[in-house]
Design a protein around this ligand. Structure first.
Ligand code: FAD
Length: 318
């Protein structure tokens, strides 16, 4: 697998990550953004954003995010689709692990937002890493010719279920409601020969033994009785409102509310690591606030990497 060395790695390509990348790229720092899915962050799912300064009030969050992403790329940012599942920040070089490769950077920025959720299905926490997963691209190959379940109806769930169809004998897709009539991605998924769709159905429990997941219990809304299904993997894609910090392990200090602890320069307690945007669990979760965090971190990173005594503002070009 490839190992890529760079100046700055940013985990998350939302408004926080893209703004940070814009500034670090313009400061001539080699910058990589790693984003698991540009369609699932908080800004990406915002239907209309009328309060971002300087843009038309009828713009969608997805359109605004694309503008931000393109602007960063235009200044040299290397934008990649990849889900980060772990980091190692012990040395001078910060290491970021993804299924697509390993990234080593002199500065690491975490900007993965707050669309996460605590494990809430019975058995989810118990079997996490032993059959329960949040990343089909990371773990799909373990389930060659096996039966798996995918839980959730959002874009991420559909895309990840498509990944699993390449490996699993059967992908049981469990959704608590019906997909929208015009959802072409859902239609394409359901049309796969190895997909069985369980619509209007709730996951009640994940069960197993020491070796891992053995099955799940489901309940259809219109039926009295629940039913059991034998599966060896359960992939959960439900959105919530909790900072996404699972990939940090216990290497970065968090606040009591679960957000990453930072100082005025967005530096975390680990030197060379910054945290920006909703991952800080700020009381005011707004796109403009996330973008501002990105700018602050980028200027602090420029000072850190170039041993500057003061912050160099972006608009001084003498
Ligand atoms: C429904 C809704 C409506 C909103 N409306 C408004 C509004 O009108 N105006 C406003 O200003 N704000 C609004 N907000 C808030 C605003 O969208 C957020 O404050 C802002 O998007 C936070 O930016 P962020 O970059 O921190 O996180 P996000 O926008 O959530 O981006 C995080 C990114 O990280 C990626 N990611 C997560 N985990 C990983 C991983 N392990 N590896 C790689 N990538 C990862 C995700 O794919 C995502 O692209 C709204 C939020 C929601 C949920």
């Amino acid at each position: 697998m490839e190992t890529i060395e760079t100046d700055v790695v940013i985990v998350g390509g939302g408004p926080a990550g893209c703004s940070c990348a814009l500034y670090t790229s313009r400061a001539d720092l080699k910058t990589v953004i790693l984003d698991k899915n540009p369609a699932v962050g908080a800004l990406a799912i915002t239907h209309q954003i009328a309060n971002y300064p300087g843009v038309p009030t009828d713009i969608s969050g997805d359109e605004l995010l694309k503008l931000m992403r393109d602007q960063a790329i235009q200044y040299g940012t290397d934008y990649r689709r990849a889900q980060v599942f772990g980091i190692d920040v012990t040395g001078e070089w910060k290491t970021v692990f993804t299924p697509e490769g390993t990234f080593k950077a002199r500065a690491l920025v975490v900007a993965s937002g707050a669309m996460g959720r605590p494990a809430s299905f019975k058995g989810e926490a118990e079997f996490l890493g032993r059959g329960v997963s949040y990343c089909a691209t990371c773990d799909g190959a373990f389930y060659k010719n096996r039966e798996v379940a995918v839980v959730g109806i959002n874009k991420e769930a559909i895309e990840e279920a498509q990944v699993l169809t390449k490996f699993a004998s059967t992908v049981h897709w469990i959704t608590s409601s019906d997909p929208k009539d015009d959802d072409q991605h859902a239609k394409a998924l359901i049309s796969q020969s190895n997909v069985k769709h369980w619509s209007r159905t709730r996951l009640m429990q994940i069960q197993g033994n020491e070796a891992g997941v053995e099955g799940i219990t489901l309940k259809n809304r219109s039926q009295e009785e629940s039913q059991s299904l034998s599966v060896e993997g359960v992939f959960v894609y439900m959105s919530g409102s909790k900072p996404i910090t699972d990939f940090l392990g216990d290497q970065i200090a968090l606040k009591e509310d679960g957000g990453v602890l930072v100082d005025d320069f967005m530096s975390t307690t680990s030197e060379g690591v910054w945290a920006i945007g909703d991952i800080r669990n700020t009381p005011f979760k707004q796109a403009v606030v996330a973008a501002s965090d990105g700018c602050i971190a980028a200027m602090a990173i420029d000072r850190f990497l170039n041993s500057r005594k003061s912050i160099r503002v972006d608009w001084v070009h003498s």
